[in-house]
Design a protein around this ligand. Structure first.
Ligand code: FAD
Length: 489
């Protein structure tokens, strides 16, 4: 039999479940990646993620060519609507089956359903496999047979269930000779970014290396830091986290490989590794929330609260609210930690996890802006944007989601600043105009004395904004706003 391996968010040859299954069950396997015009149309023209994908696809093509041992091998790369292009290619190649990995985002499920129907009409099967999480869909259920909606019992169940088999690699090297030569008409190669309608970004300047090789290098530098992760992960000025999010998003590294290493170290008593493994489990957790409670992503892409009562909250609107939202997006709130965090995402596409929590809470609980507006901003700007985790994170911050904490736990942006950037190193890096301030004058410039400000050469309202909101007053308004929610916990 002949098959097509359709790569999507799994841009790697090693430990790729669908690729290993295609090669194990077909005598000849063609590989394809589609730059899907339906997805690309909604993105900004300078988008680090598109550049990352393009570079990763280039590397994937080279790896496949090397594995198949000939210049005619490699990836068939299309720039088209995947929904029609994949069935058309399968027909043209005369294959019996198409292989792909699961993608449980609503738009992807709809696309795959359409492809499955079109292929079925040609008597071609679409075979899909779990690949981007360790446990998916309904693999982990409560004793009552329901999906989990609280993290801690989910993590305990995950750790109790996981075996070496769940984390083992899906090997394909033995069958690599089954990779097909490309028909001459499909050997065009990977189109340059400009042909796709996109511009170069600062991805390279940021040192973000794409592809499997980039991921392996990043993990190699993180692994010795893993045992310190528990101590370092909350401080944005410290190189604590792995920065692997973008690689997990596009599948340039295997979740099984990462979880296997972290799990083994955790079993050997490494607490930092256990904490990092917990973060990987959060990723599985939110993926199964999206799969089992798809209302969170809403019909037509408008997210809904996990707890429906929270959709009754009335958010600020009108011109004033638009002004507050713009100040948040552009990092002009007058709260240095919030503004430095927004400068980080705007200039790099990354934001430290602690800061994602701080700015998300600030948007909905200090500014009274609908969390969905922030969710959308992150979706456009985060390199590691993942619908399930982003939606989960925003719902956590707005208290509308899978969080055991009641809504009246409101982050104080000033205490967060003092606690997690105590010396202001992160703030100074992203807000150099405040670099000469220190202590509370840096965390809250509006409390600084005239002498402190003039010594640091800072004029509030000129070099840095006055705060756009008073936290204590905002806190009171938020408690009133959330009072419509009858069952807070
Ligand atoms: P590390 O700290 O090294 O963690 C390793 C990996 O574990 C991450 O790459 C990620 O895949 C996973 N992970 C870690 N924390 C979480 C978490 N809380 N939820 C789910 N997965 C987690 N993560 C995304 O991958 N995409 C998003 O779009 C996203 N949006 C978020 C929005 C908000 C409001 C919040 C509060 C969090 C969001 N997160 C998101 C989770 C987390 O902030 C990022 O995964 C993490 O900061 C990425 O950095 P890293 O790769 O260095 O992570």
């Amino acid at each position: 039999a002949a098959g097509v391996m359709w790569f999507r968010r799994d841009l790697r040859v090693h430990d790729n479940h669908a690729l290993s299954r295609a090669l194990a069950s077909c005598a000849v396997v063609h590989c394809v990646f589609v730059f899907d015009t339906n997805i690309l149309a909604g993105l900004p023209r300078a988008d680090r993620r598109v550049e990352f994908i393009r570079e990763s696809v280039d590397e994937l093509d080279a790896s496949l060519r090397e594995l198949s041992g000939g210049a005619e091998g490699g990836l068939i790369v299309l720039h088209a609507g995947a929904k029609d292009a994949v069935p058309a290619l399968a027909r043209q190649l005369g294959v019996d089956a198409v292989f792909a990995n699961h993608d449980d985002e609503p738009a992807s499920l709809a696309r795959d359903a359409a492809v499955r129907t079109a292929l079925a009409a040609q008597r071609i099967g679409l075979h899909t496999f779990k690949d981007h999480v360790v446990f998916e869909r309904k693999e982990l259920l409560t004793q009552a047979g329901a999906p989990y909606s609280v993290f801690t019992p989910y993590r305990n169940a995950w750790l109790a269930k996981v075996t070496a088999g769940d984390l083992a690699a899906h090997r394909m090297e033995a069958h690599a000779s089954r990779l097909a030569a490309r028909p001459p008409a499909t050997r065009a190669g990977v189109p340059p970014l400009t042909d796709l309608g996109f511009q170069r970004t600062n991805l390279g300047a940021l040192g973000i290396a794409p592809g499997e090789r980039g991921a392996q290098r990043l993990f190699a530098v993180f692994e010795p830091r893993m045992s310190a992760y528990g101590r370092t992960r909350d401080f944005p000025s410290v190189k604590g986290p792995s920065y692997l999010g973008i690689h997990l998003r596009f599948g340039t590294i295997s979740i099984r490989a990462l979880a296997r290493r972290a799990h083994a170290a955790a079993l050997a008593g490494d607490e930092g590794a256990a904490t990092w493994l917990s973060e990987l489990i959060w990723r599985d957790f939110y993926a199964q929330v999206l799969a089992n409670f798809p209302h969170v992503a809403g019909p037509g892409g408008e997210s809904r609260s996990f707890k429906p009562a929270y959709d009754a909250i009335e958010w600020e609107d009108g011109v004033a609210a638009e002004g507050l939202l713009a100040a948040w997006c552009e990092g002009r709130t007058g709260y240095p930690l919030v503004d430095a965090a927004m400068a980080q995402i705007n200039s790099t596409g990354y934001m430290h996890n602690r800061l994602r929590m701080v700015v998300a809470s600030f948007l909905c609980k200090d500014l009274g802006i609908d969390w969905r507006r922030g969710e959308r901003y992150f979706a456009l700007h985060l390199n590691d944007y993942e619908l399930a985790s982003n939606n989960g994170g925003w719902q956590w911050a707005s208290s509308s989601g899978c969080d055991a904490q009641p809504y009246f736990r409101i982050f104080n942006p000033l205490s967060q600043s003092r606690k997690f950037d105590p010396e202001g190193r992160f703030i100074r890096r992203y807000l150099p105009q405040l670099a000469a301030l220190s202590g509370d004058a840096l965390h809250a410039p509006w409390t600084a004395s005239a002498a402190e400000l003039s010594q640091a050469g800072v004029v509030l309202g000129r070099d840095y904004p006055h705060p756009i909101v008073d936290h204590d007053a905002a806190r009171t308004r938020t408690l009133e706003r959330y009072a419509v929610v009858k069952t807070p916990a």
